[in-house]
Ligand binder design. Structure first.
Ligand code: ZN
Length: 160
């Protein structure tokens, strides 16, 4: 039976009391399991204490990181879309072409489900914003027809 001295507590122990060293294939760690575990626990305690003491600083740092990350992500997405505008356009075109029936079905389902809500909402909107709409019609004669035209084209797309 193989025995080994622990470099930390100095005891001569059975080899099964040592963990295998993952970095060095087949070799055993110089410290015994007891010492390793104690060290691990001490480390956990130290980390815990450090977190406790620096709780507010850590929370603030995390918040700032998340905020910066969010902004960076938004910028990245925007830049990506701008840089790949043509490729994305092609991609969506291709996607629409290949998934025409699925998309049609989805849109039809959505339209059926939201028709009533949409028209109710539109009615309410027009009532509340009647004055704004009237104003808009004055300087944009096409405005009046836009929503109806859009609806017509959607219906045409869906049921043809
Ligand atoms: Zn030991």
């Amino acid at each position: 039976m193989q025995r080994k001295f622990c470099s930390r507590c100095g005891l001569e122990l059975d080899i099964s009391m040592f963990y295998k060293d993952k970095k060095h294939n087949g070799e055993y760690q110089s410290q015994c399991k007891n010492c390793q575990n104690k060290l691990y626990e001490t480390n956990i305690e130290v980390i815990k204490k450090w977190h406790e003491v620096n709780k507010e600083a850590i929370a603030k740092q995390r918040k700032e990181y998340q905020k910066a990350n969010k902004e960076a992500k938004a910028i990245y997405i925007k830049q990506y879309h701008e840089a790949n505008r043509e490729a994305l356009k092609e991609h969506y075109k291709e996607y629409r072409k290949n998934n025409r029936e699925t998309l049609k079905k989805q849109m039809r389902k959505w339209y059926e489900a939201n028709k009533e809500i949409a028209s109710e909402k539109g009615k309410e909107y027009r009532k509340v914003n009647k004055e704004i709409v009237t104003e808009r019609k004055k300087w944009c004669p096409k405005y009046d027809n836009n929503s109806k035209k859009r609806e017509k084209s959607i219906l045409q797309y869906l049921y043809n």
